[in-house]
Design a protein around this ligand. Structure first.
Ligand SMILES: NC(=O)c1ccc[n+]([C@@H]2O[C@H](COP(=O)([O-])OP(=O)(O)OC[C@H]3O[C@@H](n4cnc5c(N)ncnc54)[C@H](OP(=O)(O)O)[C@@H]3O)[C@@H](O)[C@H]2O)c1
Length: 437
């Protein structure tokens, strides 16, 4: 058995490839099912976010397992392997474990230390458990990744300060506005007529950052009014006008800065929508949706400037230096957690021998107990029988405790294998697979 991850991220693939491999929650179940149908894949889980798609697996054989995951990715995205493969990364075993811990800690994120990734890793665990695609190994690994993510955030200052894709999007708007005014700094958004399209988690963060950057009123558009109104009510100090998406054209005509962050699978703004509009002035669009909410064909339309998530690199690079220092502190923690997992993994080697040892002693206990009870005859009460049975079980458990703990304890591979061979020899524990051969 072998742990492997295959995936792509903002580091390896542009948004136009990532959006073809965005697996929405409603298709996770069928995707996990098709992965698990493959004989090579024993356990599987999927991490799908705006910046990455990663398939974590336990496979029988590394090469065949990776092949099976690649087949799934090509089939899902409709992209030929030759086109997709330059964007894919593959990590095996200890590297796969180290990668997952890094992702959960936010150290592989576009915005270093952002907090949303930890919720997304938790969601991967929940969906894997709900759809029964994980076994003991991924369960243990992913649960440990979640606790590592929490640990990094509580024991280092990596998570302090409001950092997210949304905060970077607001900074990009400030930077671009500043540049258009001939300034190289982040400027206030006070003068902008702002709209936010979408009323989910990322829009909530957008409103939060817009407010802190000088914006006092904005238009909020959403597919359903209730969610927009509920979001607006969380910001009593912001004047928010809520509208349905039907008002989008109106808003594109009158606003100067529009953020889009909906989970729509197709673009909601494209050239054919924008060109006929009688717009009042310059329009800056910032899209953090993946798949993108704004089609690439709007580029080049006069008076329109459009940015997608990949353009956030520009602002992110400005803030990374200080955070890189903190990231170094977190690396030590990740190594410790990775080592703990690998120790647990190594200890699994002892499980078959421990199970055979238990069964062998249990067999002796049951036979000897039966002999003793039949010798006692009918005078022995049911209560007394139970006491003797509990006594026999107690003795076996006490005898087993120390050797089992020692066989599971961290030790060199050769030492464990020697200890296992001695136990097998002394107790005459046959490996049933070995005798089949
Ligand atoms: N979560 C993150 O960390 C993160 C980071 C960066 C980028 N993103 C991207 O940002 C976008 C929003 O993510 P989120 O986490 O805020 O999602 P979310 O909390 O699930 O909210 C989804 C929003 O999209 C709207 N929506 C869904 N389907 C739609 C459709 N077909 N047409 C129009 N509106 C639709 C929903 O409207 P209703 O209220 O009417 O359902 C809701 O406002 C996604 O594309 C995601 O990939 C997310």
């Amino acid at each position: 058995m072998h742990i492997a991850v295959v995936g792509l991220s903002h580091r390896t693939a542009p948004v136009e490839i990532r959006e073809k491999l965005s697996i929405q929650e409603q298709t996770i179940k069928s995707s996990l099912k098709s992965l698990k149908e493959h004989n090579e894949i024993l356990e599987a889980s999927i991490l799908s976010t705006c910046n990455r798609l990663e398939i974590y697996t336990v496979v029988r054989d590394p090469q065949n397992g990776i092949h099976a995951i690649n087949d799934f990715l090509c089939e899902y995205s409709g992209i030929e392997f030759q086109e997709l493969s330059p964007h894919l990364f593959v990590f095996h075993h200890d590297e796969a474990i180290a990668h997952l811990l890094k992702v959960a800690a936010g150290l592989d994120s576009l915005v270093l230390g952002e907090g949303q990734i930890l919720s997304q890793v938790k969601k991967m665990v929940r969906l894997g458990q709900e759809h029964n695609s994980m076994g003991p190994i991924l369960n243990r690994l992913l649960t440990q990744a979640v606790s590592t993510g929490k640990r990094v955030r509580s024991e280092t200052s990596l998570g302090t300060g409001a950092v997210s894709i949304s905060s970077a999007a607001v900074e990009l708007a400030q930077l671009k506005l500043g540049q258009s005014l001939g300034k190289d700094d982040l400027v206030s958004l006070e003068s902008e007529k702002v709209a936010v399209v979408g009323a989910g988690r990322m829009s909530r963060l957008l409103l939060q950052h817009l407010q802190s950057k000088g914006c006092s009123d904005l238009v909020l558009l959403n597919r359903t009014r209730k969610r927009a109104e509920s979001l607006a009510s969380s910001f009593p100090e912001l004047s928010v006008k809520c509208h349905l998406l039907e008002e989008l054209d109106n808003c594109l005509c009158n606003c100067t800065l529009v953020f889009t962050s909906t989970a729509a699978e197709e673009p909601i703004i494209d050239a054919s929508r924008l060109i006929p509009l009688k717009r009042q002035g310059f329009l800056r669009l910032i899209d953090i949706g993946v798949p993108r909410n704004i089609s690439a064909d709007v580029e080049g339309i006069k008076g329109v400037e459009s940015h997608d998530v990949d353009d956030l690199q520009e602002v992110v690079a400005r803030n990374q230096e200080a955070r890189q220092q903190v990231a170094l502190q977190a690396e030590g923690l990740l190594q410790e957690e990775g080592r703990l997992f690998l120790e647990w993994w190594d200890s699994l080697e002892a499980v078959p021998t421990i199970n055979r040892l238990r069964s062998s002693l249990e067999e002796i206990r049951a036979v000897e107990l039966q002999k003793a009870l039949s010798r006692m005859g009918p005078d022995f009460s049911a209560r007394e029988r139970k006491v003797v049975e509990a006594l026999s079980k107690g003795i076996i458990n006490k005898i087993l405790h120390t050797p089992v703990t020692k066989l599971r304890a961290p030790q060199g591979r050769n030492d464990r294998q020697n200890a296992l061979s001695i136990v097998e020899l002394l107790f005459d524990l046959q490996d049933p697979k070995a005798s089949d051969q």
